[in-house]
Write a protein that binds this ligand. Structure first.
Ligand SMILES: *Cc1c(COP(=O)(O)O)cnc(C)c1O
Length: 366
């Protein structure tokens, strides 16, 4: 099963040929990989940010066997309910006011509570039905979560409220992508101390933590990036982890120029042909979510052959080196995907696959 998203749907303003191909077979393959690692643990695929740019609707539908889902914000969760998704949905950002809290009850959402004022808000509002929030613990991430010292008291307090059915405990690693980092041990110790005192459901692991088994005894896993077929680790490829790329970002060669030695290519004129050569122009640029900071030398695949960027990325085009490449106008260009890992492009750009995937999929509404 796989679907082409026509360019009209992808980029609403015009009929560009740049497009995303989302391979739902690869998504299901990666999910099966998570299931194999999960054992008894339940799985809530993380599908925030439009499923990391892959189109949340089709991703949620394809992962119908998941035990739950996780998103960041309320509107994302409501859209899933309206689509007919019935599993528990966790909200990483919880609720911001009483109205959002009521929506959590109405839509049977599991908000994460990370501030004392959210505890107060819940304590002072009757709800149409009891909810199962998560209490988020800041064990060292320094982002969202109650300080460790306050957790037991607030967990007990929440548990006694009639509007609360049960309270889970959740934490997030800062350095799971570096499994040997000492902070991981500290975070685990702090969390285990709490979890051993409170009879709570637990959720700890993102993709990196699952793949390196940092915390094997939780109830709910929260994998994101690995489902999309990218690696959370700098030193291990997605392929070596048994994952398959879900997104391929494709465009076409629209011009081939024969340039003399010394001719410059693109804005800034700071890339010059070292010899007489042919340079291709591809109909994709930063306006389509390709990273403008991709330097000359960043790989691209042209008609199955490895090529590279030359000169700066424009808004709607970029230039490629066609030396030694058999190419014609109209040939397919893969910016990343099955033939070229998004992780490799991300590392050339100095970012992570997450950012490239989200940006490329920003216009995707499938
Ligand atoms: C985004 C996120 C995840 C998923 O992380 P991956 O590295 O993509 O697996 C899990 N938990 C929380 C709290 C997150 O914000």
């Amino acid at each position: 099963m796989s679907r082409e998203i026509p360019s009209q749907q992808l980029f609403s303003s015009n009929h560009r040929a740049a497009r995303l191909h989302i391979d739902l077979d690869a998504l299901q393959h990666n999910f099966a990989r998570v299931q194999a690692l999960a054992g008894e643990r339940r799985i809530m695929p993380v599908i925030k940010a439009n499923a990391y740019g892959h189109g949340v609707k089709q991703v949620a539908a394809a992962l119908h066997g998941a035990d739950g889902f996780a998103v960041a914000q309320l509107d994302e969760a409501i859209a899933l309910r309206e689509q007919g998704i019935r599993q528990p949905i966790t909200l990483f950002h919880g609720f911001a006011n009483a109205q959002q809290l009521q929506a959590c009850a109405e839509y049977r959402l599991r908000p994460a509570i990370s501030q004392l004022w959210q505890v107060e808000l819940l304590a002072s509002n009757a709800l149409s039905q009891a909810i199962q929030p998560w209490l988020k613990v800041d064990t060292g991430m320094g982002r969202l979560g109650l300080p460790v010292a306050e957790v037991s008291e607030q967990w007990r307090r929440l548990n006694q409220l009639p509007q609360v059915q049960s309270v889970g405990l959740m934490m997030h690693f800062a350095n799971a992508d570096q499994p040997e980092d000492a902070l991981n041990r500290q975070q685990i110790e702090r969390f285990v101390t709490l979890a051993s005192q409170l009879d709570a459901e637990t959720s700890v692991s993102n993709s990196a933590a699952l793949l390196s088994e940092l915390y094997p005894c939780e109830d709910w896993l929260r994998p994101g990036i690995m489902l999309y077929g990218a690696s959370p680790f700098l030193d291990q490829s997605a392929q070596s982890l048994g994952l398959r790329a879900v997104m391929s970002f494709q465009a076409q060669l629209i011009a081939i120029n024969q340039l003399p030695a010394g001719a410059s290519v693109g804005y800034g004129a700071d890339w010059c042909c070292p010899q007489a050569m042919s340079v291709g122009i591809v109909n994709v640029g930063y306006g389509d979510g390709y990273p403008r900071m991709a330097p000359s030398g960043t790989p691209v695949i042209i008609n199955g052959q490895l090529s590279q960027l030359v000169g700066r990325v424009s808004m709607d085009s970029l230039a490629v080196d066609l030396r030694g490449i058999d190419a014609q106008c109209g040939d397919a260009v893969e910016l990343w995907g099955q033939q070229l890992s998004v992780d490799e492009v991300a590392s050339r750009v100095g970012t992570i696959s997450y950012e490239l995937l989200c940006n490329a999929g920003r216009g995707l509404r499938a």
